[in-house]
Structures are given as structure tokens and as C-alpha cells.
Design a protein around this ligand. Structure first.
Ligand SMILES: [Zn+2]
Length: 502
């Protein structure tokens, strides 16, 4: 059963379609956690905000005998996509909850959500490797056990989730992810467990490591869910690695604690003089109004605002993917908090993985915005370096023209002027030296993105140094008899600083 189709890709992230029995859902997507019994936030409210889906806990429904048959019918929600969790979160909170994997899988088969989860054993935030290992192997055992029930009931058309555990122990996450290969036709979606505590403690970089360890050990085409990932600060970074869906109760948990989520930080309500948001709640009330409300009303209002903010983050992330600007969007986000910056730095450690899945060809290519040495890690720059490594020397002589902003404002104009000036194209290999890229062969300078980019007026010294290193190492690999440098004095690039192999 193919349940997922990618439509647009950027870095290792994607906009896709998740096909469920109640309809299609565009990803990346957020599943708000709803407790149907509590009714703090109703299904109608979720729909009003713009969600077409939610997740609820099948363990709570089972224990309270709240839903007995088809959940869509009983909740009057046939047009909404419902995912049910298994109670694993309760195990994390309260230990043994007195229910078996067998019971909860059979219960979900009865209530027919669109997406179901087996009763895994969450690793949580344990600091004990042996404990973490036990959770991984116990979860694998339950995967095997549930697979027999799922196979017998395949006509139910529920998308079953394969849970990946292991916590911060990346070798265990890898083992857990690899276990899927035996059950690929049974579980059509995977979910990585337990980052909630790490997210609350701002350990975003560890969460990036966990996602990478899981994603890089499963097939690309399987939809990937992150349990408990409800903070807008980290969402686009997870998406860049290929996370397709998220769920969280953070919006309501934070609201109960008077915490107001923005796309870059979390505020205490009493610290806010103004609402930096124009959602229906923030347009109507001031922070002071909310503080004067009774607790129930305030919680509801804050929860609604928090959900609007989360939804907005997903829309912004999708728009960035659509434009091919996800890397730039992450750079922008990175400066919102040192922990987010750490997540960004950790993400670019996996630049080869990002490059591998980043599309080579885009329908509507946009020029690159290049800023500082972080931009050197983007796929297009890495790809150009590889291209230069394969460059075949054609002549004995090389001519290098260094791009100078004082001569032409944009590199595009500079390349154009060089093309017009040069009369003899046959006696040397001709290159343009450009920050970030190093050397661009004049002959291919028209191809994307070699003349479609924007760079700052003042280039950072480390980026200039990187360009010089790229030029020098290129020339050392080649066997040019004569090197001609044009306009390169400002860069401090001299013939005697380049010792060719000859
Ligand atoms: Zn708002």
C-alpha cells in the first residue's frame, strides 16, 4: 500500500500527500493532541483554526469506554483525519498502565482511526543505556506481535505506525529503525519517539541527531512522524531532514501554564505588553485582557493562539520548500535562540545527507541568497565544489578573473562584461573567481545557480579565505604551465602565492 507521495522537495525535506481512508492530507502536517473527554479544545475549534486532522489517545478512550465503534461516526467527524496514539505516553508518565499491546491494537481495529499506533515502550529521557536498550528490543518484540494481528485485518485500511525508540543513544535508534526492513508491507509509516523532554530542555541539537539516525536508516519513501514535536522553533529543522508529520499537546500544556508561543520563542503571558500576532485571539484581546479572564477562558484563548502559531510555522516552512529557500529560512530561524543556532549547526553537520536529497533541478529556480560561512554548506555550493573536482583541464594556460563589486554590481553583470571583453576564448581555460563558489568556468557560467545569486557588499574574511583556498587547491591539482590572474590584487591573490604542480 503506497500511502505517501512527495510533490516538492528541498534539502531532505518535502511537501507530500499522505493518503488515508478518510482523505488526503498535505504534509508536513501537525496533529494537535485532543483529549476528547476533557473538551478544553473541541474538534470544531481545531477545524475553525484550519486543521483537517488531530490525534487522540486510544488508551484513554478504551479505559473510559468512550468510543465503542467507528470513531469517525461517533465523533461526527467523517471529514477529518484521525490518528490514535496507544498510551505509550502514559507509560512514560505513569509506568505500567495495565493494558497490553494485543488489547490496544485490537481496540484500534474496532474504532478504525485513519492512522494507528501499536503499544511501544518509550525510551524517554533515560540516562541509562541498558534501560534504553531494553525499550528498543521490547518495542521490536511488540512490532512483531502486532504485525500478526495487522496482517489478519489488512482490509481495515488503517495506516499502522512503526515506532522507533532509543532516545539519545543513536546506535539504538539505528537498530530500532533498521528493524523496519522486516515489516515494510505491514507498517506504512514510522514515528520517532520521545523527544519531548529534550525539546523542553532546549536540547534541539540532540533531537536533530536522533532524527538523522532514524531517517538515514529507513527508506526515503516512508512517511516519517515525530512524536511530541510541537515547538515552532525546531519544526523547520526537523522538516529539512525529512520529517513529514508531528503531534503535540504543547499548545494546551503551555496555555495552562500561561505560556504564549511565538514562532521564535515562548513568553510568559505576564511579560507581554503587546501580542506580536494577528490571530483572532490576539486581534481581539491584549495580554492584560487575557490576564483578567478566568483561568478556563484564558487557557482556551492561549491554546487557540498557540495553535494558530504552530499552523503558521507549517505554512511558512511549506512556502520555503516550494520556493527552494528552506536553507535560507533555516538560517533566518537560526538566530532566534542559541539553542536553535546549535540545531542549525548540527543540521549542517549532515550536509552530505541534505545534498543527496536536495533536488538538482527545480521547476522555477530562484537565485541563492548567500550570507556567511554557514552558506558554504548549502547543497548548491557543495555540488559546485564536486563539479570543480571533476573539471578536465583543456589548455596549458589558465586565466582567472576575480569578481569585483566596484566594477560590476552583480556577479551576473560582471560575467557578462568579461564575456564581452574577451576576444580570445581558445588559448586558455577561463574562470571567474567568486566568493562562496571559488572558481566558475566561464563556459558554464550561465547554468543555474552560477550567476543567479545575491551576496553581501562586504564579504566576511573567512568566506574570502575559503575562496582563496578553493582556488589554490584547484590550481595545485591541475598542471597549468601559465597562470594569469586578472583583477585579483584586492583579494590578495598573487602568482607567487600559488605554486602549481609544475
Ligand atoms: Zn495570536
Amino acid at each position: 500500500m503506497t500511502v505517501f507521495e512527495a510533490k516538492y522537495e528541498d534539502l531532505a525535506g518535502r511537501i507530500g500527500i499522505l493518503k488515508t481512508r478518510s482523505g488526503n492530507l498535505e504534509t508536513p502536517v501537525f496533529f494537535p493532541v485532543i483529549n476528547i473527554l476533557k473538551d478544553e479544545i473541541s474538534i470544531d475549534e481545531i477545524k475553525n483554526i484550519g486543521f483537517k486532522n488531530f490525534i487522540t489517545n486510544s488508551y484513554i478512550l478504551y479505559k473510559n469506554k468512550y468510543i465503542k465503534d467507528d470513531i469517525h461516526k461517533e465523533l461526527n467527524s467523517e471529514d477529518i483525519i484521525i490518528m490514535t496514539d496507544s498510551g505509550a505516553y502514559q507509560i512514560l508518565e505513569y509506568g505500567d498502565i495495565g493494558i497490553t499491546n494485543y488489547e490496544i491494537v485490537n481496540y484500534q481495529l474496532k474504532i478504525k482511526p485513519d492512522i494507528g499506533v501499536i503499544l511501544d515502550l518509550p525510551t524517554g529521557n533515560t540516562n541509562d543505556y541498558e534501560n534504553a536498550k531494553i525499550t528498543v528490543y521490547e518495542t521490536l518484540k511488540r512490532v512483531e506481535e502486532a504485525s500478526k494481528i495487522i496482517v489478519k485485518n489488512q482490509d481495515s485500511n488503517i495506516i499502522w505506525v512503526y515506532p522507533i525508540q532509543g532516545g539519545k543513544y543513536l546506535d539504538l535508534v539505528k537498530t530500532s529503525a533498521e528493524g523496519l526492513s522486516k515489516f515494510e508491507n505491514i507498517y506504512n509509516m514510522v514515528a520517532l519517539g520521545s523527544p519531548t523532554v529534550l525539546l523542553e530542555r532546549y536540547m534541539y541539537d540532540t533531537v536533530i541527531d536522533m532524527i538523522y539516525a532514524a531517517k538515514s536508516n529507513i527508506k526515503r519513501g516512508i512517511p516519517f512522524h515525530l512524536f511530541g514535536g510541537g515547538l515552532p522553533h525546531i519544526i523547520p529543522f526537523a522538516v529539512a531532514l525529512g520529517v513529514d508529520s508531528f503531534d503535540s499537546a504543547s499548545y494546551i500544556i503551555y496555555a495552562r501554564d500561561n505560556r504564549y508561543i511565538t514562532r521564535t520563542r515562548v513568553y510568559k503571558l505576564e511579560d507581554l505588553e503587546y501580542f506580536p500576532c494577528s490571530c483572532p485571539i490576539c486581534s481581539k484581546y491584549t495580554p492584560k485582557d487575557l490576564l483578567e479572564m478566568n483561568e478556563g477562558e484564558r487557557t482556551r484563548a492561549l491554546a487557540i493562539h498557540n495553535l494558530y502559531t504552530i499552523l503558521e510555522e507549517f505554512k511558512a516552512t511549506k512556502q520555503a520548500i516550494k520556493e527552494g529557500r528552506l536553507f535560507e529560512y533555516l538560517q533566518e530561524k537560526a538566530y532566534s535562540h542559541p539553542a536553535v543556532y546549535s540545531a542549525f549547526k548540527r543540521l549542517i553537520k549532515y550536509k552530505d545527507y541534505l545534498e543527496k536529497y536536495d533536488p538538482r533541478i527545480r521547476g522555477d529556480p530562484k537565485g541563492l541568497f548567500l550570507f556567511d560561512n554557514n552558506s558554504l554548506h548549502r547543497p548548491e555550493i557543495i555540488r559546485h565544489s564536486r563539479f570543480l573536482e571533476r573539471y578536465v583541464q583543456k589548455k596549458d594556460k589558465v586565466s582567472i578573473y576575480c569578481y569585483d563589486k566596484t566594477i560590476s554590481d552583480t556577479a551576473y553583470d560582471y560575467i557578462k562584461s568579461i564575456k564581452e571583453t574577451i576576444t580570445d576564448h581558445n588559448s586558455s581555460d577561463i574562470f571567474i573567481a567568486i566568493p562562496f563558489f571559488g572558481l566558475i568556468p566561464l563556459a558554464v557560467s550561465d547554468s543555474y545557480p552560477l550567476s543567479q545569486f545575491e551576496i553581501p557588499n562586504e564579504i566576511d574574511e573567512d568566506v574570502i579565505a575559503d575562496m582563496k583556498t578553493k582556488i589554490v587547491s584547484f590550481l595545485r591539482r591541475k598542471n597549468y604551465q601559465k597562470v594569469e590572474l586578472m583583477n585579483c590584487e584586492k583579494l590578495g591573490l598573487h602568482i607567487d602565492s600559488i605554486s602549481t604542480s609544475s
